[in-house]
Design a binder for this molecule. Structure first.
Ligand code: UDP
Length: 240
């Protein structure tokens, strides 16, 4: 096996990644597949922090469109991320991979609360650390939570695994001649308003010099290849 380039990473999965072929909730077969992918990283000696979104269950903005108070909707969205994290923790443990969930919203009888200290203890002990409940604040997304936690734990790389092969000039599902960007700067992402992560997350990564690699979750061993330093998907960096 090739040597690893990044010893500690933060992996961001959208809630939709857990749906598999369904259109709501969690597909157990998909959870098992993702757990196996994460297991390969751990076996290679990579310390893995994990942020999972909640869009497969609730998003605050969508609930607000339906008439719910936005803050309450965001709280429901954050709770949805806790459900996803618990499901993933369970799948990881069933695959023999030690994992613990840390929530930004205290819920002591369910999981530990997030603190950087606890996160570092888990990572240094080789456990997968699942960071749940986003940032704990409304009007943010789990992309922002992922960049925030990645910076806190001093991850060397933030990986966003998505449904597309990387970053394009336009949505490749809609625009036939959309251009693929193998490497680009955060300022280019912002200037061209590329749909990579929300602006708050992008600015945080840019200002802290954290590289972001975006890849297709369906591509075999994409995440493992990325931590080995392969140019899989698109790499966003601070430099020009
Ligand atoms: N959320 C929030 N604050 C956070 C993170 C998430 O209020 O720090 C809420 C927000 O309503 C969001 C939902 O949780 O829509 C689910 O997260 P997200 O939309 O990022 O999930 P994903 O699209 O990655 O599945």
């Amino acid at each position: 096996m090739s040597a690893i380039k990044y010893q500690r990473i933060l992996l961001k999965l959208s809630g939709e990644a857990l749906m598999g072929s369904g259109d709501f909730g969690i597909d157990p077969a998909m959870l098992r597949r993702l757990a196996a992918d994460i297991g390969e990283l751990v076996a290679a000696g990579v310390q893995v922090g994990l942020v999972i979104g909640g869009g497969n269950i609730f998003r605050g903005a969508g609930l607000a469109e339906g008439g719910l108070d936005r803050v309450r909707g965001d709280q429901m969205g954050m709770l949805a991320t806790v459900m996803n994290a618990l499901a993933m923790q369970d799948a990881l443990e069933k695959a023999g991979i030690a994992a613990s969930t840390l929530s930004a919203i205290p819920m002591d009888s369910v999981c530990d609360s997030y603190s950087k200290r606890r996160a570092m203890q888990l990572l240094e002990a080789g456990q997968v650390a699942l960071f749940a409940a986003g940032t704990g604040n409304p009007f943010f997304t789990t992309d922002s939570a992922a960049s925030l936690r990645a910076i806190e734990i001093q991850a060397q790389l933030l990986i966003k695994a998505t449904k597309v092969n990387g970053i394009y000039s336009a949505d490749p599902m809609q625009v036939a001649d959309a251009r693929f960007y193998p490497s680009l700067s955060y300022d280019q992402v912002l200037a061209e308003k590329l749909a990579v992560m929300d602006t708050a997350a992008i600015v945080l990564c840019r200002d802290q010099g954290l590289p972001l690699q975006v890849m297709n979750i369906q591509e075999p061993k994409a995440i493992l290849r990325a931590v080995q330093g392969e140019a899989v998907g698109s790499l966003v960096h601070s430099g020009a």
